[in-house]
Unconditional design. Structure first.
Lengths: 173, 431
């Protein structure tokens, strides 16, 4: 994995997923769209989504966007947005990962340990097919560009705000 | 007459989908079934027709938590069959890689899975609010294990640098030296973990286990050794299938591995420790003595202590290897054939216990047959035996209490089955 930037004020965009499992690739595909567009604006990285790794990435950051496939009972390709501090993460957003600590658990663990970004935004794209070896579905592929544009706008807007204030102290972790 | 049924329909977030069914009739436990209903994954069939060189990478995908174990058993089996002997430095690097996996896996088990049971929390997240320092310690240990995996394997999960005959690339001495501060800190944290686990209160339980593990003439076993048991078995891995049989049972898609007489046995940290207590390194030995850990642990709840001691061992062994490392002249050795080997067999010690592989190759080096016996398969019947004892001892508990006792009995043994805390949704039926 790319090492997290040492500057906690630089916005971070994490694409989470597995490119060999159908729609689970969507987080990775979106950050590939965003990498060049956000060059010089944000750190953009692809991660598998193992929860303890996520804590290392976002611990002490000012502003983090995570993009992942979800199963929330919506139409395939539908996009949900959740932001920390504005209600609990719906549990359905925390169950896609097959690793030891899921995204949802990582958010909760980060809260418990004070190892979280100041602002965490999660974009979840509803997936329908997570079969090994399958390509992403048409519905999910159709969501790539509009979701990328939406995230880019948000990072550009809020990332600038993040740089204006002093970084908070990082917990000893 | 009363019938009581404890039915847990889904063991969520396990490495395999499973359920638990217990039937009690007139205070007699009549049926205990650990039901693994995940569809068969067919890895042994996937391997047929593939080059023997692909076996380490294919089998690594069986498990996201212990891919190194699959890679190691595959490599050793094929090298044994093909008569390949990697350089001593490669052997040491493999052991170092295994140390990383043990540290990572045991840290997850101790802190995120097992500790909440002893401290009275439903899960690690709620435990973290009251014991953040403990969870921080566990995460640091896991990160140290990850660092070893990434440095040697190319990445933390499903390493890509392992090949039959050695590694695609061996690290420089400087690259390993960079890990030394991380490992020294991890060693101290692992020792603290033993003291932390020793502070738990343990139920008074003894189980009549037949322990099975590798035993090596000089080392605490990871990659090599004979298969031995606490009841006198001592065989090379090539004779594994003479002494252990896999059975299909109606309630599980996972085969049950049993002794030749049909009895259960236990692999994993408790077995390794019981059969190799005298092979621990000095720091692990000292901390085990400090906390009064008995030389043979038969209380499954105390397995958390054994795992912690093994973490200490893995850290001190990793430091020893890093300190003495000299890169090999060649990162791997290769075979020019002949490849038509009917039996390539080996067993290594995954974090959760003995992992046996057997391959047959045709003359082009394609795999014609593969057999993989995972620790979970070997421990399933023994876990059911534990559950039977737990339920028998706990009949006076209400249903919630009995279910909790069963969950804890499972978690004592197998984080691959119960790799997240408190994973059961209960469906209880009474007559």
């Amino acid at each position: 994995m790319t090492e997290p930037s040492a500057d906690p004020t630089v916005p971070l965009v994490l694409g989470i997923g597995n490119e060999h499992r159908g729609d689970d690739a969507v987080g990775l595909l979106i950050v590939r769209h965003l990498r060049s567009r956000l060059a010089g604006v944000a750190t953009v990285a692809e991660v598998v989504g193992e929860g303890t790794e996520l804590l290392d990435w976002w611990d002490g950051r000012r502003f983090v966007v995570a993009v992942d496939a979800v199963r929330a009972g919506l139409a395939p390709g539908a996009v949900v947005r959740w932001e920390s501090g504005r209600g609990a993460l719906p549990t359905s957003l925390g169950t896609v990962s097959s690793h030891g600590v899921s995204l949802g658990q990582a958010i909760a663990l980060g809260d418990a340990l004070d190892r979280r970004p100041e602002i965490l935004v999660l974009y979840g794209i509803e997936g329908s097919n997570f079969a090994v070896g399958d390509p992403p579905s048409e519905a999910v592929l159709a969501a790539l560009e509009p979701t990328s544009r939406r995230i880019e706008a948000e990072v550009r807007g809020r990332g600038a705000l993040g740089r204006e204030s002093a970084p908070r102290s990082r917990p000893d972790a | 007459m009363t019938d009581r049924t404890i039915a847990v329909d889904y063991l969520a977030r396990v490495e395999g989908e499973g359920a638990l069914h217990v039937r009690i009739h007139d205070r007699t436990v009549e049926e205990v079934e650990l039901r693994i209903f995940e569809p068969p994954r067919f890895f042994e069939a996937f391997l047929r027709g593939r080059s023997y060189l692909e076996a380490p990478d294919i089998t690594a995908r069986i498990c996201g938590i212990c891919p190194v174990a699959y890679q190691m058993s595959a490599c050793h089996a094929l090298e044994h069959g093909l008569g390949l002997t990697p350089a001593p430095a490669v052997r040491a690097l493999r052991r170092l890689l295994y140390c990383g996996e043990w540290i990572e896996s045991h840290a997850l088990h101790v802190y995120l899975l097992h500790a909440p049971d002893f401290l009275g929390y439903p899960d690690a997240i709620r435990m973290a609010k009251d014991h953040p320092e403990a969870v921080h310690r566990g995460l640091k240990l896991k990160k140290a294990g990850n660092a070893l995996m990434a440095r040697l394997g190319g990445r933390e999960i499903h390493p890509v640098n392992v090949r039959v005959g050695g590694f695609y690339r061996c690290p420089s001495r400087e690259e390993l030296d960079e890990l030394r501060p991380t490992l020294e800190e991890a060693l101290a944290l692992a020792e603290e973990t033993v003291r932390f686990a020793a502070s738990f209160s343990f139920p008074s339980v003894e189980e009549p286990y037949e322990f099975v593990a590798l035993r090596h003439p000089e080392e605490y076993p990871m990659n090599e050794g004979e298969i031995v048991s606490s009841r006198g078995l001592r065989i090379p891995a090539t004779r594994f299938e003479e002494e252990f049989h896999e059975l299909q049972v109606p309630h599980s898609h996972a085969l049950h591995s049993v002794r030749r007489d049909g009895g259960s046995y236990l692999v994993g940290p408790m077995a390794r420790y019981a059969l190799n207590r005298d092979r621990l390194g000095p720091r692990a030995d000292a901390i085990a003595r400090e906390v009064g850990l008995e030389p043979v642990v038969t209380n499954p709840f105390r397995s958390v202590l054994v795992r912690a001691v093994e973490m200490v061992y893995a850290c001190e062994e990793a430091l020893r290897i890093v300190g003495s490392y000299r890169p090999p002249d060649r990162p791997f050795v290769s075979s020019s054939g002949p490849f038509d080997v009917p039996g390539c067999m080996a067993a290594t010690e995954a974090p959760r216990g003995l992992l046996y592989h057997r391959y047959a190759l045709d003359r082009s080096g394609e795999i014609t047959e593969a057999k993989i016996v995972a620790p979970t398969s070997q421990n399933q019947k023994r876990i059911e035996d534990d559950l039977r004892d737990v339920v028998t001892r706990s009949l006076d508990l209400d249903d919630a209490g009995l279910t909790d006792a069963c969950e804890r009995a499972i978690r004592n043994h197998d984080p691959c089955i119960s790799c997240a805390t408190h994973f059961l949704t209960l469906d209880l039926q009474r007559n």
